[in-house]
Ligand binder design. Structure first.
Ligand code: HOZ
Length: 431
């Protein structure tokens, strides 16, 4: 797509959507307000490419925000979903495929002994926190500024993702009691964690082990083991939200890479292969507190849905050791190329990356927490995203998100992206 691409149908679709849906979208991160644009309306996707309703084609680095590890419309995933749909779309009764998916999770994720499936990451993190409170008899939960755990009332404070993008520090509609049970501290800040633990008994220490909702801000060496140690010492449960990092940064997620075992893990995105599925999972003694094994109640008509289960299983089957090596190579190529392109253009930038995740921060400073992410040059980021879109590259339209390389991205897509980035960064530099 060049700078002159037509967006007539997208504009019409957006005008109609604005009349019918708040902000014209069904999830705020899809709007492009932070980069001063209207959203594109999508017609289709294939592999690493997205096609909008005007027929413009883009290299897609959003990939539905993470579930599409195999790319758009991977034939194996499509076939598995079609076959499942032909057998029936929902039963509200158990299927063998649910146990198969649970087994696939237990085999891959080191700390997990049992799994409960839900339809969204929000539901899964909400339920994991309920379980922590029930197991410990405590109310307060510690979370980190800039982390996002879905739109759970009590977890919306100082959140990343769409809230950071829109500058919403605390959502209206959250009761004072819900907010009071959430303690927020800066990521990578051991003294702040210790201070919080000194003030209150916590039910849970909740973190994204590889935070990717304030852009990607990895843990500093030793920080995750420190959280594990403090949770154990104080009787809090350690919960890793691996909705984004799960099955992406490694088969066993961040906990496998970092060698730290949480008590509970929240999963989403890849587990559903592009259909609505998520899960919370962990130690058997904790999971058996959940109804009907125990009395901690949580339920869902579409939990373990056959189509989502089929898509998740088909996607996980594609993620073998070779796939992770490819994902790692693609991400590294992209990260190195972007660093070089920014340096050549004289644009102050830092690239954070790990297997399958990347963020280009517009700053000269290291980004170790939310304050540093928020201090980035957001105007430069917006200009960069706009210039990339004009050159046929679809990026997360917010500094507070990560790019999602997939198995469908290869050298060709990286080269297309870097060629566009060199021009876009020159434009950013000339502003
Ligand atoms: N969690 C994703 C963004 N960080 C996307 C989900 C949403 O639509 O908010």
């Amino acid at each position: 797509m060049g700078g002159s691409a037509l967006l007539t149908r997208s504009a019409e679709a957006f005008a109609r959507a604005l009349r019918l849906m708040p902000g014209g979208v069904n999830s705020p991160v899809r709007a492009m307000r932070a980069i001063g644009r209207d959203p594109l309306f999508v017609a289709s996707g294939a592999g690493a490419e997205l096609v909008d309703v005007d027929g413009n084609r883009y290299v897609d680095w959003v990939m539905s925000w993470g579930p599409l590890a195999a790319g758009h419309a991977h034939p194996d995933v499509v076939a598995a979903v079609a076959a499942a749909a032909a057998r029936g779309t929902s039963f509200g009764a158990p299927t063998e495929a649910e146990a198969e998916l649970a087994e696939a999770v237990v085999e891959r994720v080191p700390s997990v002994e049992m799994v409960r499936m839900t339809s969204s990451g929000t539901e899964a993190s909400m339920s994991a926190i309920r379980l922590c409170r029930a197991a410990t008899g405590r109310d307060a939960v510690l979370k980190f500024a800039g982390a996002y755990h879905g739109h759970v009332d009590g977890l919306l404070a100082e959140s990343g993702s769409g809230l950071a993008t829109q500058g919403i520090p605390a959502s209206p509609g959250v009761t004072a009691a819900q907010a009071a049970d959430t303690v927020v501290v800066p990521w990578n800040d051991r003294a702040a964690v210790d201070a919080a633990l000194g003030e209150r008994e916590l039910a849970a220490i909740l973190c994204e082990p590889y935070p990717a909702n304030m852009g990607l801000v990895p843990p500093e060496p030793g920080f995750l083991p420190f959280l594990r140690e403090r949770a154990t010492q104080t009787g809090a449960l350690l919960v890793f939200d691996e909705v984004i990092s799960g099955f992406r940064v490694a088969a066993g997620g961040a906990q496998e890479r970092e060698g730290v075992a949480p008590d509970l893990t929240v999963l989403g995105k890849i587990i559903g292969g592009g259909l609505p599925a998520a899960a919370y999972a962990g130690r058997r003694d904790l999971m058996e507190l959940i109804a009907p094994a125990g009395s901690v109640y949580q339920a869902g008509t579409l939990s373990g849905n056959p189509l989502a289960t089929a898509a998740g299983l088909a996607t996980l089957a594609l993620l073998d050791a070779d796939a992770y090596a490819r994902l790692d190579r693609t991400t590294a190529m992209l990260a190195e190329g972007l660093e070089l392109a920014a340096a050549d253009a004289g644009v102050a930038a830092r690239v954070a990356s790990t297997t399958g995740l990347l963020t280009l921060f517009f700053t000269a400073q290291p980004v170790r927490d939310y304050a540093a992410a928020a201090a980035c040059d957001l105007e430069a980021h917006a200009a960069f995203c706009r210039a990339m879109l004009e050159r046929g590259v679809y990026l997360p339209p917010s500094q507070f998100e990560a790019w999602f390389p997939s198995l469908a991205h290869g050298e060709q897509e990286v080269e297309r992206t870097l060629a566009a980035a060199r021009e876009a960064l020159a434009e950013v530099s000339a502003r």
